[in-house]
Design a protein around this ligand. Structure first.
Ligand code: FES
Ligand code: FES
Length: 187
């Protein structure tokens, strides 16, 4: 059974080794921050870090991920304080947010290897599709994240608050599983 480290935790998937990493993360590990967009490598919504490299997890099997270190959007920081996360919010480079996890992963990999990217560097390193068209703000956000990473700037805004599991279950009854008993919390 393919074993790997996901967000600093050892995981072993009892699944067909040819299963796309994307499905294993979302369906078996419940790490649903990684999004399924096209499933064929075009959109980038499914990007995760594999040994520090931003890869499309729909194109990586769990057999290929064996022994690797995987970081999903949930593991980029514990409190959404990664410079990319802070800058995306501060520059309002998010609209519907569906593409955002993949973009944040691609941007984090870029900043790690080049914390002072040009506009062209950003465009080359982040080919992700955004149907809402946040591209101009995205360039600003990634360059700002680089300045934060280089300690040339700080972003004072507090990270967005996390969502308690009970609140999430209230908003999305299906998260609790079972049959709804009428109070929206399921059984
Ligand atoms: S879902 Fe993987 S690239 Fe679109
Ligand atoms: S913010 Fe909506 S798809 Fe990018």
């Amino acid at each position: 059974m393919p074993a790997m480290t996901v967000n600093d935790r050892p995981l072993e998937f009892e699944m067909d080794p040819e299963t796309p990493l994307l499905f294993a993360l979302r369906d078996a590990a419940n790490l649903t921050g990684t999004k399924y967009g096209c499933g064929v490598g075009d959109c980038g919504a499914c990007m995760v870090l594999v040994d520090g490299e931003a890869l499309r997890s729909c194109l990586v099997t769990i057999a290929e991920a064996e022994g690797r270190f995987i970081t999903t959007i949930e593991g980029l920081s514990r409190d959404r304080s990664h410079p990319v996360q802070q800058a995306l919010v501060a520059e309002q480079a998010i609209q519907c947010g569906f593409c955002t996890p993949g973009i944040a992963i691609a941007a984090a990999a870029l900043i790690q290897r080049n914390p002072d990217p040009s506009e062209q560097d950003v465009r080359d390193a982040i080919p992700n599709l955004c149907r809402c068209g946040v591209y101009p703000r995205l360039v600003q956000a990634v360059q700002r994240a680089g300045r934060v990473a280089r300690r040339r700037e700080t972003i004072s805004a507090a990270p967005a608050p996390g969502i308690e599991a009970e609140d999430a279950a209230r908003a999305v009854p299906g998260m609790r599983g079972g049959t709804s008993d009428g109070d929206g919390l399921g059984s």
